[in-house]
Design a protein around this ligand. Structure first.
Ligand SMILES: NC(=O)c1ccc[n+]([C@@H]2O[C@H](COP(=O)([O-])OP(=O)(O)OC[C@H]3O[C@@H](n4cnc5c(N)ncnc54)[C@H](O)[C@@H]3O)[C@@H](O)[C@H]2O)c1
Length: 452
C-alpha cells in the first residue's frame, strides 16, 4: 500500500546519499570473507551484493540450484532496485560467488543466515525446518567464526542456539541482527537503516557491529531477545496499523463516506495523525507471519494482532461485498490490476490480490488479471484488462497504474489510480468511483445500479 513504512522520510535520505551502483572495489581490497546462507533469496542476495561492493569476499550459499545458476550468470532472480547493474559488477570483481554447497561455510570468517522462516498451517513458526537448516550450517562451522542470524526468528532462538554451540563444544560467536529493509529497496536501505545487533557475548556484538559498520550503517546494541522481539514488534505494529485503516475504510463505506478524503483531511497539517496509514492490502511474506509468530510466542494470545489478521485477511472479501451491494457481479467481467503483494514488486508470495481473484471467481461471470512484473499463462496485458472489464479492482499499486483514467466502475482501496506522479496522493480521492472517470468525485451510493 502506498505510504508504507515512512518511505517518504527514507526517500529524502536516499536522495542525499545516492548509491554508487556499479562502483566495486578492486580485488586487492582486503576484507572479511562472509558466507550468506540463503544467499540467493530476497534478503540474502542484496545483503551479499552490498557487502561485496564494500570489498568483502562474499560466498552466497543456497539450496536452490536454479537460483544459484541464475545468479552465477549475472541475472537477478527477482526485482531489486539497482541490482541488475550491481550483480554483474560484483561478480566480475571477484568479490561475489555463489554455490549450493554448505561445505563452503567452513573456510569463512563470518556466516550470515537469511533463510526463510515461514509459519506452518497452524500459523505457528516452522521451528523444525529452521533447526534442521541451522544444524546443517553448524556441522560445517569451525571455532573462531561469527554466526549472524538475519532471518526473522521466534524469540529466544538466538540464545538457544548459543547454548547449543556450547553443548557441542563449538566455540563460535553468535549474534542476531534482524533484516528490516522494505523488499525491493534493500540496496538503498541497508546503508540507511540502523542495524539492531543482539550479540550473545560482547565479542559477538563487537564483531557483528564491525560487519554492518563496513556497510556504513549505524548499529544499535540490544540483547538478542530484544532484537528478536523488536523485529516482530515493528512488523506487528505496522500490520495492526494497516488493519486500523482497513477497518475505518469499511466504517466509512457504511456511512457513504469517502475514507480517502477523511484520511487526507485528518492528516493534513496535523502531526499527531502522521502514522495514520492508508487503506489497502496488507499481504506479503512478512507482516502476517511475524504477527502470528508473536501470537505463538504469547501462547496464542495476542488479541490486537489476531484482530488485525481478521481485518486485513478479510479485506478482499469486504471489497467484494461492497461491490456486490452496487453491482450484479454475476453478469460482469472483473479485472484485477496488479497481482503482486505490493506495488512495484514482482513478488506474489501471500498476495491478497490472489485472494481477491478467488472471491471474484465465485461471484463474477469472468475474472481477468494483469500485472506489470508477474506473468502467468492466463494474465492479459493492461489495455486488454481495461477494455474487457465491466468493473476494475486495484490489487497492487504499480506506478504504471497511477495516471490511468478509468471510465468504468473502479474499486480502488488504495486511492491510487487517477493520481499523477506530481500530485500529492494524500490530497484524497474517492475509493470507489461508481462509473466515473478521474478522481475526487463524491461517492454515489448508487444502489440501484446493476449491470446486466
Ligand atoms: N522479504 C522481506 O521483505 C523480508 C524483510 C525482512 C526480513 N525478512 C526475513 O528474512 C528471511 C528470508 O526471507 P526472504 O524473503 O529472503 O526468503 P526467500 O525465500 O526469498 O529466500 C530464502 C532463500 O533461502 C534458500 N534456502 C532455504 N533453505 C536453505 C538452506 N537450508 N540452506 C541454504 N539456503 C536455503 C532458498 O532457496 C531461498 O533462496 C525470513 O526470515 C523473512 O521473514 C524478509
Amino acid at each position: 500500500m502506498p505510504g508504507k513504512c515512512c518511505r517518504s522520510e527514507l526517500r529524502s535520505q536516499k536522495r542525499t546519499r545516492k548509491r554508487e551502483v556499479a562502483e566495486v572495489p578492486t580485488s586487492s581490497t582486503k576484507g572479511l570473507s562472509i558466507g550468506v546462507v540463503g544467499g540467493c533469496g530476497h534478503i540474502g542476495l542484496p545483503l551479499g551484493m552490498a557487502l561485496a561492493q564494500k570489498g568483502m569476499s562474499v560466498t552466497l550459499i543456497d539450496t536452490c540450484a536454479d537460483r544459484v545458476a541464475k545468479v552465477q550468470a549475472g541475472n537477478m532472480p527477482f526485482l531489486e532496485r539497482g541490482a541488475e547493474e550491481l550483480l554483474p559488477a560484483v561478480l566480475a570483481s571477484g568479490h561475489l560467488s555463489a554455490t549450493t554447497s554448505l561445505a563452503a561455510v567452513s573456510g569463512l570468517d563470518v556466516v550470515v543466515v537469511t533463510i526463510g522462516t515461514p509459519v506452518d498451517e497452524f500459523l505457528d513458526p516452522g521451528v523444525r525446518s529452521f533447526d534442521r537448516a541451522i544444524d546443517g550450517v553448524l556441522a560445517h562451522m569451525v571455532d573462531g567464526q561469527l554466526l549472524i542470524l538475519r532471518s526473522t526468528l521466534f524469540p529466544g532462538t538466538t540464545d538457544r542456539l548459543a547454548r547449543l554451540c556450547i553443548e557441542r563444544a563449538l566455540r563460535i560467536d553468535v549474534a542476531y541482527c534482524p533484516e528490516r529493509i522494505a523488499q525491493g529497496y534493500a540496496l538503498e536501505e541497508l546503508v540507511l537503516l540502523p542495524q539492531l545487533v543482539g550479540g550473545t557475548s560482547p565479542s559477538a556484538a563487537r564483531r557483528a557491529c564491525e560487519v554492518f559498520g563496513k556497510l556504513g550503517a549505524t548499529t544499535l546494541e540490544v540483547a538478542p531477545v530484544e532484537a528478536e522481539l523488536g523485529k516482530l514488534f515493528a512488523n506487528a505494529y505496522r500490520y495492526i496499523n494497516f488493519a486500523i485503516s482497513n477497518q475505518f475504510y469499511q466504517l466509512a463505506e457504511k456511512f457513504g463516506a469517502d475514507f480517502g478524503r477523511i484520511h487526507a483531511a485528518v492528516t493534513k497539517d496535523y502531526p499527531r495523525m502522521a502514522a495514520f496509514s492508508k487503506a489497502g492490502f496488507a499481504g506479503g511474506p512478512c507482516l502476517l507471519k511475524d504477527t502470528m509468530q508473536l501470537a505463538a510466542f504469547n501462547h496464542n494470545s495476542f488479541v490486537l494482532g489476531q484482530a488485525a489478521m481478521m481485518v486485513n485477511e478479510g479485506f478482499p472479501s469486504a471489497l467484494v461485498e461492497s461491490a456486490k451491494a452496487h453491482y450484479d457481479l454475476r453478469y460482469m467481467t472483473a479485472a484485477i490490476l496488479g497481482m503482486a503483494f505490493k506495488g512495484n514488486s514482482d513478488d506474489r508470495r501471500d498476495s491478497l490480490a490472489y485472494k481477491l481473484r478467488k472471491l471474484l471467481t465465485v461471484e463474477c461471470r469472468r475474472v481477468i488479471c494483469t500485472d506489470v512484473y508477474i506473468s502467468e499463462p492466463d494474465f492479459v496485458p493492461l489495455d486488454t484488462a481495461i477494455r474487457e472489464a465491466d468493473i476494475i479492482f486495484v490489487g497492487a499499486c504499480h506506478d504504471q497504474y497511477r495516471e490511468l483514467v478509468i471510465q468504468k466502475p473502479l474499486i480502488d482501496p488504495f486511492a491510487y489510480v487517477g493520481t499523477t506522479q506530481h500530485e500529492d496522493i494524500d490530497n484524497g480521492s474517492s475509493r470507489i468511483h461508481w462509473g466515473v472517470s478521474g478522481r475526487g468525485v463524491p461517492v454515489q451510493r448508487a444502489r440501484s445500479r446493476r449491470a446486466g
